[in-house]
Design a protein around this ligand. Structure first.
Ligand SMILES: [Zn+2]
Length: 227
């Protein structure tokens, strides 16, 4: 009886030892490495998917951004466009009275003997005599006075409404300075005798009008002769 018990105990101890060895083998480093070789890819994939899922859930559950009220997004209304009730601009006047030698031809080129080439003509050429008074076509501000290879000395006047007038072929002495206010009909220069690229025409005024920077034929603007 006592021997039986001892035998049972020894057997139980053996079984326990074997079980432990089996358990230890199963979780040995080598076994873990083998398992990783076999299942590691899937484990990594599962981990990545879990992270992505968690991130997506976090984004989904994030509080919605506050939406600005519609009124705040309405564009600011511009001031109403000027209507016919606004005072009409006083009519412009010709800066010099004389025969028109060459008309406005911004697209079809005009032959320029001095240049030996065809060029566009963005103004009109008004015949005159050296020393003739050149007058401002409208109220405005003298903006620039410079020498141009094509038109000799040029005075530029800015007018309200985006209009600019240019007076080419002036004498070097200019009675107005850039920044000076000028009124319609005021003498702003004298016709010169040298007109560079257009000198073949003799003394004349090369007159340009620009609206918002674009050349416009002055003959279409209803200019009047001096009263
Ligand atoms: Zn010209």
């Amino acid at each position: 009886m006592a021997m039986d018990w001892l035998q049972h105990r020894a057997r139980a101890a053996r079984l326990l030892r074997k079980g432990w060895q089996k358990f230890a083998r199963a979780f040995s480093l080598q076994a873990l490495r083998r398992a990783w070789d076999r299942w590691g890819f899937y484990a990594s994939l599962a981990l990545v998917l879990a992270l992505i899922g968690g991130g997506a859930a976090a984004i989904r559950n994030r509080p919605a951004p506050e939406i600005a009220p519609v009124a705040a997004m309405q564009p600011v209304l511009e001031s109403p466009a000027p209507t016919a009730s606004a005072a009409p601009a006083p009519p412009m006047q010709w800066p010099l009275e004389g025969e028109i030698l060459v008309g406005h031809s911004p697209e079809s080129a005009v032959y320029q003997p001095a240049l030996g080439a065809f060029t566009a003509h963005v103004g009109i050429d008004i015949a005159g005599q050296a020393g003739d008074a050149v007058r401002a076509a409208a109220d405005g501000t003298a903006a620039a006075f410079y020498a141009s290879p094509s038109y000799g000395y040029v005075l530029e006047i800015e007018h309200p409404g985006g209009l600019v007038t240019r007076y080419g072929g002036l004498a070097a002495a200019c009675p107005v300075q850039p920044g000076d206010r000028v009124s319609a009909g005021q003498t702003v220069g004298a016709l010169g005798s040298v007109l560079c690229g257009e000198s073949y025409l003799g003394p004349h005024l090369h007159f340009e009008t620009l609206e918002d920077g674009l050349s416009v034929n002055p003959e279409t603007l209803g200019l009047q002769n001096e009263a």
